[in-house]
Design a protein around this ligand. Structure first.
Ligand code: AMP
Ligand code: GLY
Length: 424
């Protein structure tokens, strides 16, 4: 079958790598892709939000299945666009329809969904410009720190953790009255701070059946020892040692099952990946957020541990037969180290020549922010490369990925040398 993968990050490089291994994959197209996805398929320079362009691409190349990597086209309704089109409606799209993508697209919607379905999450209240005064009064009675979340998509920047009431009041005003995050902060969720360790749990569903995929832990801060600014993710590991059978049983009973039931009760069709961001608070799981896609850089650690043919899994997902799939998960440990551009996550260097990928011995390199120029790989984003190693022990996986990251060079590059070492 011919497959179209939408996106251009490290997650999509990992998807392209895995899809291209399947004997069932005839032609793989990636839109727009990056220099790394081009190794596994054909990149087509069309934006993930150009639905008409995607429609033409699907026709021209007889695409049989579309896998959507990032959240934006899902929140913008790409799945609905396919269903509403006479020529596209029978081509399966892996990724939820717009209504269910609101689980990621609106924090207020996702909190309501969790409260309604008794899914453990932080207590919260939502405010709008009309209820700003009420919000300011509410903050004065709130324990510290206070978490403020812009309701809409804000490129990972919409969550603020305020350590004083004054800061929280200033920020709430900036978000609601001065549109600090544009339309995304026309509603703000004020939330209780959860103390604990985070992990990412991934569920794939065909709408009625589901499979829990390997969990992962993501390292968000730029600096070693979890210091400095937040980033899109500096590395990941899978599995997560504290997510043992007892913990995962709680996750399934208290979170995954009621989430599936809630989607059905509310008539929210969902075919695709559900990413559940969790806080482990003293052994009890609480939901921090839902995303309507896989995580990045978690995918780079999760996919190498799945031994099944991914095309078979996606076909079963599209056909509503996911219960027929027997997931085979490697017991090996995957560690991913992200190499980022100098300056990232602030203003960063671009267009630097990347060398040394061919020297990597014990890892897979998934390219993220890269492009090809005169046969050279050039940096073209903040997160440039994900280096993943799969080994028998956590220590070996971490050491190998870190060692291999150091075999690559570009001007200004940076990577954390402590990814996962807190878990050993
Ligand atoms: P989100 O965009 O919802 O994933 O939030 C970004 C990050 O903020 C999360 O990954 C957490 O590290 C942190 N965060 C969000 N909500 C909370 C909370 N209620 N308590 C503590 N940390 C939080
Ligand atoms: N790694 C976090 C995310 O993909 O949102």
């Amino acid at each position: 079958m011919n497959i179209l993968l939408l996106g251009s990050g490290g997650r999509e490089s990992a998807f392209a790598w895995k899809l291209s291994q399947s004997p069932k994959c005839d032609q793989l197209f990636i839109a727009p892709g990056n220099a790394g996805t081009g190794i596994y398929g054909q990149n087509i320079d069309i934006s993930v939000n150009d639905f008409e362009g995607i429609k033409n691409l699907v026709h021209k190349n007889s695409i049989d299945l579309v896998l959507v990597g990032p959240e934006e086209p899902l929140v913008n309704g790409i799945h609905d666009f396919f269903l509403a089109d006479e020529l596209l409606k029978n081509i399966p799209v892996i990724g939820p329809q717009k209504a269910a993508a609101q689980l990621e697209g609106s924090k207020d919607f996702s909190k309501e969904f969790m409260f309604k379905n008794s899914i453990p999450t932080a207590a919260s209240k939502t405010f709008t410009p009309e209820t700003l005064d009420e919000g300011l009064a509410y903050l004065a009675t709130h324990g510290l720190p206070i978490v403020l979340k812009a309701d809409g998509l804000a490129a990972g920047k919409g969550v603020l953790i305020c350590t004083s009431w004054e800061e929280a009041q200033q920020e709430l005003t900036a978000m609601l009255r001065d549109a600090k995050f544009g339309a995304a902060s026309s509603k703000v969720v004020v939330e209780q701070f959860l103390q604990g360790i985070e992990l990412s749990v991934f569920v794939l569903t065909d709408g009625k059946n589901y499979k829990i995929l390997p969990e992962a832990k993501d390292y968000k801060r730029i600096g070693e020892g979890d210091t400095g600014l937040n980033t899109g993710g500096m590395g990941s590991v899978s599995p997560v040692p504290f997510a043992d059978a007892a913990f995962m049983a709680k996750v399934e009973e208290r979170i995954v099952k009621p989430t599936m039931q809630g989607l059905q009760n509310d008539n929210l069709p969902y075919v695709g990946f559900i990413f559940i961001g969790l806080m482990n608070c003293g052994g009890e799981p609480y939901v921090i957020e839902y995303n309507c896609r896989m995580g990045d850089p978690e995918t780079e650690s999760v996919l190498p541990r799945i031994e099944n043919d991914l095309v078979e899994i996606l076909q079963a997902t599209a056909a509503g037969n996911l219960d027929q799939i027997n997931l085979k998960i490697s017991s090996q440990i995957a560690a991913t180290v992200m190499i980022v551009a100098g300056g990232y996550p602030e203003e960063y260097l671009k267009n630097r020549t990347v060398t040394g990928i061919e020297n990597v011995r014990g890892s897979i390199v998934f390219q993220a922010g890269t492009k090809l120029e005169n046969d050279e790989i050039k940096t073209a984003g903040g997160r440039v490369l994900a280096v993943t190693s799969l080994q028998d022990t956590m220590f070996n996986a971490l050491q190998q990925a870190t060692l291999d990251a150091a075999r690559i060079y570009f001007d200004g590059m940076h990577f954390r040398k402590d990814i996962g070492f807190d878990l050993i």
